[in-house]
Design a binder for this molecule. Sequence first.
Ligand code: EPU
Length: 433
Amino acid sequence: MLVVEGGHPLDGAVTCSGSKNALLPIAAAALLTEEKVTVRRVPDLADVRLILNILEGLGCIVDWDHGSASVEIQARELPSGEAAWEDVRRMRGSVYVLGPLLARTGSAKVSLPGGCVIGQRPIDIHLRGLEGLGAKVEIDHGHVVASVPGGRLQGAHLYVGGSSGSSVGGTGNIMMAACLAEGVSILEGAACEPEIVDLGKLLISMGAKIEGLGSPRIVITGVEALGGCEHEVIPDRIEAGTYVIAGAMTGGRVKVEGCDPGHLAVMLARLHEAGVPLELGPGFIETQPYDPRDPAEGLRATDVTTLPYPGFPTDLQAQWMALMTQARGLSVITEKIYPDRYMHMPELLRLGAELRRQNAGTAIVQGGARLSGAPVTASDLRASAALVLAGLVAEDETEIHRVYHIDRGYERIEERLQGLGAVIRRESDPWQV
Ligand code: EPU
């Protein structure tokens, strides 16, 4: 568990890691070629270990050099076209192996991931897209069993969004598969997230022909084979955003280095609206010291609505809620991607936050609460981050249990926060289940 002692002002610099959500599809894309793919700026995270284990299970040779944060992946032969439930159930991102496996080998068997704590997370968009490229897809005993009757996928004009708008994973999976399809594929309603742009750049370095990255219309001209390449993953915008919010919450000076402020434009605009003083420059964001509780100059309640990129990211919604517990006034948070992604609310209530659900997808935060430390339980990755943030301003100690969630997406969070002056330690968890 993590134990945070609240009330210590933060001051210092923290360097951003590589993006987990860019790395996961990028690692899977190595399945598309028999040549070696080298990836740099690889974050040392539980989810990264998991995708690399899955790739090894499929027959890849994986060499992860932790010292230089780089991984070499070579999928010379792929004798096993199967990703088992045991792995997929632990991380939904494992489903990224489906498109590349199918395109490269003509068949794939990947366990269906099922729901998770942030809500129902179907993969119908992925499956419909692959069917649109000519694959035959069946669900058999909890597995997706896919094959390519003609031997090679065929380019097609597809809509790759769903009822909540674009899908990051669906776009990535279909884009990877279309790179080896015969002919031109047009993906309409594609995700514009920087992680998808980064995946596309890797694919282009491997020899793929892709246009329109970062727009909702991606055009891919299939090629017969892809080759190896070297690629550096983009910085993790969600990790960066979390540390910026830590600075804003505590009123400290926190400089987040090695990030791309352009990827966080909407969050930065909302922070400006909320009265948080910031300095930005190439590759950095720095919160400036201020008193969040100052009645005139302090933190103001500011509404957010989560939306696909470039909208406010759902992966920063829980952290924003923690911030708003300290603001002056009432704020409304609307979750448009995962309407049930509010598992952090009961835990924030235990710390003394004043919050309530309004209706599906909406939460109201009454700011200005004096938080006091208590034991709380993390339910998912971003919810855990919100609890750590709340702990930074709560009186006395906050114990955050089940922190394995946080280790899925934040590299050595306690060391980084200690470097900023936070009083936080990791202890063995007597309640660990
Ligand atoms: N959706 C469908 N059908 C599909 C796929 C998605 O209905 O086949 C729905 C989802 O239920 C959701 C919406 O479409 O309502 C968007 O889902 P999306 O496919 O974009 O999400 P994802 O690819 O499964 C990635 C990140 C998530 C992040 C979301 C949204 C990875 C590995 N995961 O998930 O990250 O919340 O995009 O930005 O990239 C996290 O890092 O904590 C995390 C959960």
